[in-house]
Design a protein around this ligand. Structure first.
Ligand SMILES: [Fe+2]
Length: 292
């Protein structure tokens, strides 16, 4: 039995997920975690808790242009994204899924989108996108995506409203979401571009998700939904709504000033989010700010 668990320990470590080994004597926990075969010789009875997790890196609102030196609000968005990606590659050598929640480009073409996809791919994991209001339909389709990770389901939906800045989840997308939630046997993380709740920033809430009530009506019927990640707001936000954690993630370039009445940039550095989805249903998350 123990041999099997140890074999599982190492095979999962190679694939990027890790168990915790917990000894009754908590002072021994670090040793047990580092050299798990020593558990065989441990004189204390060892309780082995297989605590796997998947790591997700969430990037959003990269806003790349057609030209590599394209600037937005005076900021070199391409160079900033490369700097943010370098930080993520260094901090997270093992990633299970990368999610980008839209505004991949700033009204730009296929070359800009491909550049973002190539850079995200350097994290060595599958990449899932939800398009944002700046992503052209001919460049980024709006097909929803489902990823099943150990113990979690991740659903990415399109919240674009044709030729509008505000968002809208079409009925077909809501029906797909409802069906995928019905099939789910694990906790669920949802990703979309537009915030599904007011941000408290007046001008931004005027271009939020126009039919957020319809989205919440679907979610309300499924207790497995644990968290939502989104972009569009260019700021970090954490809100608990109807038992669901709603997480706004900073842009990889300019940040919006929270609670501003009119558009205003903030002086916060760019950033991205990491999430650990544990197989036992727990979720850990945090935001990394990247100095330029
Ligand atoms: Fe954006």
């Amino acid at each position: 039995m123990l041999k099997n668990l140890i074999h599982e320990f190492f095979s999962h470590t190679k694939s990027g997920t890790r168990p915790d080994l917990v000894c009754e004597n908590q002072s021994l926990k670090p040793a047990l975690m580092v050299i798990c075969p020593s558990a065989i010789a441990c004189k204390h009875s060892a309780q082995i808790v297989m605590n796997y997790f998947s790591t997700i890196i969430h990037m959003t609102d990269t806003h790349l242009g057609d030209q590599p030196d394209f600037r937005l609000w005076g900021l070199p968005v391409g160079a900033m994204f490369e700097r943010v990606m370098a930080d993520a590659r260094e901090r997270f050598p093992k990633v299970d899924l990368v999610v980008h929640t839209g505004d991949v480009t700033h009204d730009a073409g296929q070359a800009a989108a491909a550049r973002v996809e190539t850079l995200l791919g350097e994290l060595g994991a599958p990449v899932g996108f939800t398009p944002g209001n700046h992503d052209l339909p001919e460049v980024m389709g709006g097909e929803p995506v489902c990823f099943d990770l150990p113990g979690w389901r991740v659903l990415l939906i399109d919240s674009r409203k044709p030729e509008a800045v505000e968002g809208w989840v079409e009925q077909g997308m809501l029906d797909w979401l409802d069906a995928m939630l019905r099939q789910a046997t694990t906790p669920v993380l949802i990703g979309l571009h537009h915030p599904p709740l007011p941000t408290g920033t007046a001008w931004l809430d005027g271009i939020g998700l126009g039919n957020a009530g319809a989205l919440w009506a679907v979610i309300r019927g499924h207790a497995r939904v644990r968290a939502i990640i989104h972009g569009h707001a260019h700021m970090e936000q954490t809100t608990l709504n109807e038992g669901v954690l709603v997480l706004g993630t900073p842009s990889t370039n300019g940040q919006f000033r929270p609670q501003a009445l009119r558009f205003a940039l903030d002086d916060q550095p760019p950033g991205y989010r990491w999430l650990r989805l544990h197989r036992d249903g727990r979720l850990e998350t945090g935001v990394v700010r990247v100095s330029l």
